[in-house]
Design a protein. Structure first.
Length: 267
């Protein structure tokens, strides 16, 4: 399928830098509105299926983040230009999902929003734009915001609050409004309690730790932190309960997956 993007030219330029000459499709106004309705439809299906809630994925440079980023969104219509217009796509999706919950009279159905703070590009999202989006999100009827980053304790690089921990800056806005979930490189018992003691978030999520330890939460609860695996042993696949395709990806040693025992690289 042809990839769809906010702005065709910048998307194709970025792809070519990776050696990819794929032609991109710049979304039209009607197509954008159709995608928003598809998010709403997914919410409706989740309610019908009996799920407890949904998380809107506006992180990790996927489509929603691409619309908010001034690096990937060069539009001049209602979906681009100013911060407020670039934010439209994300906020309209939130509104559409909340509207479905109201339609089914399911106030207990949880709606969360995941985002990545800042971008490495010079013209990308800074902490200023990040916090502007956070301030808009807390006005919506969502239950939590999930911050996706590699380091839970990472400090802001640019913009508002530079040099202060990102999660602290965000929590100062979300506190007493919506719950905040923090994630990022927390693999050991000490990591978890160091993060909890900051008070930067109401909840903590783990990725690598749960891949390495299917019973991670139980080990923590039972005070068995010394039993937690911090590296992946490529010779002991039976320890992890990792599906075949993910296991193959882990063995490739990508930096967003668990570190491999005996292999030195930075996470």
């Amino acid at each position: 399928m042809t990839p769809v993007v906010p702005s065709k030219d910048i998307a194709e330029k970025e792809a070519k830098l990776r050696g990819d000459n794929t032609e991109m499709h710049e979304l039209t106004d009607s197509e954008i509105k159709e995608i928003i309705e598809k998010f709403a439809h997914a919410t409706e299906l989740s309610i019908k299926a009996g799920y407890d809630g949904v998380e809107i994925h506006g992180a990790n440079n996927y489509l929603i983040q691409q619309f908010y980023s001034p690096h990937t969104n060069k539009r001049t219509d209602n979906w681009g230009g100013s911060d407020e217009k670039r934010m439209n796509f994300a906020l309209k999706i939130v509104d559409a999902c909340c509207k479905i919950r109201e339609k089914y009279n399911k106030p207990e159905f949880i709606i969360g929003y995941r985002l990545s703070p800042e971008e490495p590009y010079e013209d990308g999202i800074t902490m200023t734009e990040t916090l502007k989006l956070i301030r808009a999100l807390v006005q919506k009827n969502i239950q939590y915001i999930h911050i996706s980053q590699k380091d839970y304790f990472k400090k802001a690089r640019r913009g508002e609050g530079k040099g202060i921990e990102r999660l602290k800056l965000i929590h100062d806005i979300t506190k007493n409004k919506v719950a905040l979930i923090g994630v990022g490189g927390l693999k050991s018992e000490k990591n978890i309690y160091d993060a909890l003691n900051t008070g930067f978030s109401e909840f903590i999520a783990v990725g690598m730790a749960s891949i390495l330890n299917p019973d991670f939460a139980i080990l923590l609860k039972e005070g068995k932190g010394d039993k937690i695996n911090l590296e992946l042993d490529p010779n002991r696949p039976e320890l992890y309960k990792i599906p075949k395709h993910l296991w193959e990806m882990c063995l490739e040693g990508q930096d967003w997956l668990p570190p491999i025992k005996g292999k030195n690289y930075n996470i």
